[in-house]
Design a protein around this ligand. Structure first.
Ligand SMILES: Nc1ncnc2c1ncn2[C@@H]1O[C@H](COP(=O)(O)OP(=O)(O)OP(=O)(O)O)[C@@H](O)[C@H]1O
Length: 247
């Protein structure tokens, strides 16, 4: 999928313009950037959900239109409060009047560790449980393009690692763009990692780490990439030294 000359403005201010981004088919791209730079806006723009002044060309390598082929997981979980976890996971199929694949739904609910909570409604869940339910719903959609906005941000470190692995496994073969604030998360599961920075925002060239996913984040090459990402994110030499010392 290729975005050419993308532009979004709110109230006359460009968040980005002339933005080009290629998401190669069958690959997992991660997007980092300082808070407020426009990462969610870019994701929402690609999902066709931006409510500002937006233009640009989005083309797919198979020349088919993008509409109807995108699964989008927002920063807010957007679970329907009156439906249980299981009913939320099945929502897409129900809305499309399709027979839902109950076994797949239950397997995914199990994979995200919510089998015992499948009958609960969102108000009865913790923030991390809601995020896991939203992830299961996104993975259930089985769309060729998957856009996820900080999907693991509310999780404890162990669940975060488990669900990174799950997402990397279930989404293999799809075109994925994942927004995160964590350079090591991006380097653990991303085929390509971009930093969005500045105002209007621009994209730095992708970092393409070697090695099989999920990668070992103690690997010296990964730590070298982390330092480069922190530098692109605006870390000073002293902050880079401190980050290295903390590892
Ligand atoms: N609907 C909107 N109307 C007006 N301004 C908006 C709207 N949505 C986003 N913005 C502005 O666009 C800018 C980028 O916001 P965005 O949410 O894309 O940033 P982000 O990089 O995802 O931030 P974070 O990492 O904190 O989630 C911000 O200045 C925000 O205030």
């Amino acid at each position: 999928m290729h975005l050419h000359d993308g532009r979004v403005a709110f109230n006359g201010d460009d968040i980005f313009h002339d933005l080009d981004l290629t998401l190669p088919a069958n690959s997992f791209t991660c997007l980092l950037g300082p808070s407020g730079v426009g990462k969610s806006t870019l994701l929402r723009y690609l999902a066709g959900l931006v409510d500002g002044d937006a233009n640009g060309d989005i083309t797919c390598s198979d020349a088919k239109p993008l509409s109807g082929r995108v699964a989008y997981m927002a920063q807010q979980d957007l679970l329907l409060p009156w439906r249980t976890v299981r009913q939320n996971v099945l929502l897409g199929a129900v809305l499309r009047n399709q027979r839902p694949d109950l076994d797949r739904a239950d397997a995914l609910i199990g994979d995200v560790g919510l089998s015992d909570a499948a009958h609960l409604r969102p108000a009865e869940l913790s923030g991390g449980m809601k995020q896991r339910a939203a992830l299961a719903r996104t993975l259930m959609e089985d769309r060729p393009v998957v856009l996820m906005d900080e999907p693991f941000s509310a999780l404890d470190p162990l669940n975060r690692m488990r669900l990174q692995d799950l997402a990397a496994r279930v989404l293999r073969g799809k075109t994925v763009l994942l927004v995160t604030h964590d350079p090591l998360e991006a380097l653990r599961i991303g085929d390509r990692v971009h930093v969005l920075r500045g105002a209007p925002a621009t994209l730095a060239d992708a970092i393409i780490p070697d090695g099989k996913i999920p990668r070992d984040v103690t690997d010296p090459d990964i730590l070298r990439h982390q330092a480069e990402l922190l530098r692109q994110l605006g870390a000073t030499p002293a902050e880079l030294n401190r980050a290295e010392g903390a590892l």
